[in-house]
Design a protein around this ligand. Structure first.
Ligand SMILES: [Zn+2]
Length: 121
């Protein structure tokens, strides 16, 4: 991969990072004590505690937000790690075999860590 290729991937990763952060900002608040730096919003807790349905709905909503926030957070961690690899000059190298990854692999997923060949989950 040449510098121009890496630059293209970097731009894609930065755009993805901004998108993930704005999505997270909608459902979570920044929390530096957290692994990924975000915590799902509890939302407006002014529910009628006497109304069981309302309380249950509220908990469901929080649970759902937590789930989505965790997914976004994990994606964000991967994107940030890929940007770090660009900085360190190790971007595009398969973590399993240490060889350069297929360009198509990175085109499909710019934050991939492992080559298609070695990605057996
Ligand atoms: Zn590999």
């Amino acid at each position: 991969m040449n510098t121009k290729d890496i630059k293209t991937f970097e731009e894609r990763l930065l755009a993805e990072k901004a998108e993930l952060e704005s999505e997270l900002a909608g459902i979570a608040k920044s929390d530096t004590h957290n692994r990924g730096g975000w915590e799902a919003n509890a939302g407006n807790m002014e529910v009628d505690a006497a109304d069981e349905n309302e309380v249950a709905d509220k908990f469901e909503e929080i649970e759902e937000n937590t789930l989505i926030a965790n997914q976004l957070e994990n994606q964000l961690i991967e994107v940030k790690a890929a940007l770090d690899r660009i900085k360190n000059g190790t971007y595009g190298v398969c973590e399993k075999c240490g060889k350069p990854m297929e360009k198509g692999r990175l085109e499909a997923n710019p934050s991939a860590r492992i080559s298609i060949k070695h990605d057996h989950k």
